[in-house]
Design a protein around this ligand. Structure first.
Ligand SMILES: C[S@@+](CC[C@H](N)C(=O)[O-])C[C@H]1O[C@@H](n2cnc3c(N)ncnc32)[C@H](O)[C@@H]1O
Length: 478
């Protein structure tokens, strides 16, 4: 079936279930329960429409009229949410098996998703399942080459931990999948990674199940980072403020209406992409859980290794010692470094100044800035590639390659890493003819490699900007 036909069928299905972007349209119970009812109005078109945003998440939702901040823009009734509870209702065998095994709620929903997908067209959720992506770029899907391309120890460790966790969860779920007589394809690790990535990147919070729920149409919203300070600076009415304080998120399950409700997080003009804040994430966290990063992420952070005696002076959580996306050191990093740079016998007398974020002395500030600048420069120097090399790699890998030969021509002599990419993807083998189209697996690997390069580039830029920040402060004080 063609993609547009699948989308059409899905929207009919969603409409029949009462999913609506105009909250004044109410369907009676019979209409809500009958997914074959094609005579109801379309679920979209009053506030939102599906559109494609090539540089901002791909498929997403677009405002079809001007939308006011705080306005209800989409309602998804509880019966349309794909939850473990709903999936079990129609599958007695599944319900019995699940009750016999000790598994986390996330494992249970992962198994249930695979079980549902394996039913193909027989599944009641089939029109919705056709809208799931066929692959994901979350960290747990990275292979060893892609993981190493992250270069920074913390990021490599996060990727290895994500992969290990996914493997452990899969291994401990194999017994139930065997009992449910899953076909080998659906029992494979690859299938498990797909299903757990679906959960990680598409589920929404619900109060009764920590695994969350799949929310048809609601999961078409792409992400924008929350910028809370904007709320204070905007021209906000009292009603707006009340609505904001009542709703900490722009998508929430509401008991009163028994539905997932989505509100405009800001005012949108007709034609704008309407975005949702899934939460506050660094780029590494976005990559881990959602498989993408933002070019400008106000919540991004860079960590550099610090001496252990500095950590011991810190009265804040250690993860508060970081460099901001704009290169400025965090409040805690500055404060504790000022104290650490003070001779031990004087530390007690200046602790109150350091902890309140004040400069201790010009001399101390210059020592701190020089030390931090050297630290960042050293980290940058010890990473395998420079900012310029990463930029070059990104510009080359961004091209549309038609054949193996084109890729080889561009990557073979470029860097050691690009040669390794060709090697691990088997493109240097004699039996691979140069005229051959690029294998799908290689395209997928290149997408993940590019994400890794992009992530490490943003990390290096934060360190470079921190060096500039330190230099500016030193110049001002000298
Ligand atoms: C809940 S889905 C959003 C809809 C999705 N674009 C789709 O077609 O189904 C979340 C996924 O969309 C993509 N995404 C969302 N926001 C993005 C953004 N700002 N930039 C790039 N990709 C984004 C990521 O792949 C993410 O895992």
């Amino acid at each position: 079936m063609e993609e547009t036909q699948k989308l059409h069928n899905f929207l009919n299905w969603a409409t029949a279930l009462g999913i609506s972007d105009s909250h004044f349209i109410h369907l009676n119970e019979h209409e809500q329960q009958n997914p074959n009812n094609h005579h109801t109005p379309s679920c979209l078109g009053q506030s939102l429409s599906i559109s494609y945003f090539p540089n901002a998440g791909g498929r997403g939702l677009c405002a079809v009229r001007d939308l006011q901040r705080g306005q209800l823009i989409l309602r998804v009734p509880k019966a349309a949410l794909m939850t473990s509870q709903n999936l079990m209702l129609n599958d007695h065998k599944l319900a019995v098996s699940v009750s016999k095994f000790d598994m986390s709620s996330t494992q249970i929903l992962t198994i249930m998703l695979l079980n549902e997908v394996s039913k193909g067209k027989r599944s009641w959720w089939y029109p919705y399942l056709t809208q799931f992506p066929s692959n994901y770029d979350i960290l747990a899907s990275f292979d060893q080459f892609e993981i190493q391309a992250l270069q920074v120890d913390d990021a490599i460790w996060a990727a290895e931990r994500a992969l290990e966790k996914t493997k452990t969860e899969w291994e401990s779920a194999t017994a139930i999948m065997e009992q449910l007589m899953f076909k080998p394809h659906y029992m494979s690790f690859k299938a498990w990674v797909w299903a757990s990535a679906s959960l990680s990147s598409r589920t929404m919070h619900i109060p009764w199940d920590s695994a969350g729920c799949f929310c048809p149409v609601g999961d078409f919203f792409n992400y924008a980072a929350p910028e809370d300070e904007q709320i204070l600076s905007e021209d906000v009415t009292a009603a707006d403020m009340a609505a904001t304080s009542l709703r900490l998120t722009d998508g929430v399950f509401e008991e009163e209406t028994d539905a997932y409700c989505f509100y405009a997080r800001k005012s949108y003009k007709k034609g704008d992409q309407v975005l949702l804040s899934y939460g506050t994430y660094t780029n590494l966290e976005l990559l881990e859980h959602y498989g993408f990063i933002l070019d400008t992420n106000p919540n991004d952070k860079a960590y550099v290794p610090l001496p252990s005696d500095l950590y011991s002076l810190c009265s804040w959580p250690l993860d508060s010692l970081y460099i901001h996306q704009n290169g400025n050191p965090s409040f805690a990093l500055l404060s504790v470094t000022r104290l650490w740079a003070t001779p031990t016998h004087l530390q007690k007398s200046v602790r109150h100044l350091a902890y309140s974020g004040s400069i201790i002395s010009n001399e101390n500030e210059i020592i701190v800035m020089e030390w931090l600048s050297d630290k960042c420069s050293l980290v940058l120097k010890n990473l395998p590639t420079s900012i310029e090399e990463d930029e070059l790699l990104l510009s080359v890998t961004d091209k549309d390659f038609g054949s193996v030969m084109e890729v080889k021509n561009e990557l073979l002599g470029l860097t050691d890493e690009s040669r390794t990419f060709l090697k691990v993807n088997g493109l240097l083998k004699d039996e691979i003819s140069d005229g051959m189209a690029l294998p799908r697996k290689t395209i997928r690997s290149m997408d993940k490699w590019k994400l890794a390069i992009w992530w490490r580039l943003k990390y290096k830029m934060m360190l470079r900007d921190c060096v500039s920040y330190c230099t500016r402060v030193i110049n001002d004080l000298s």
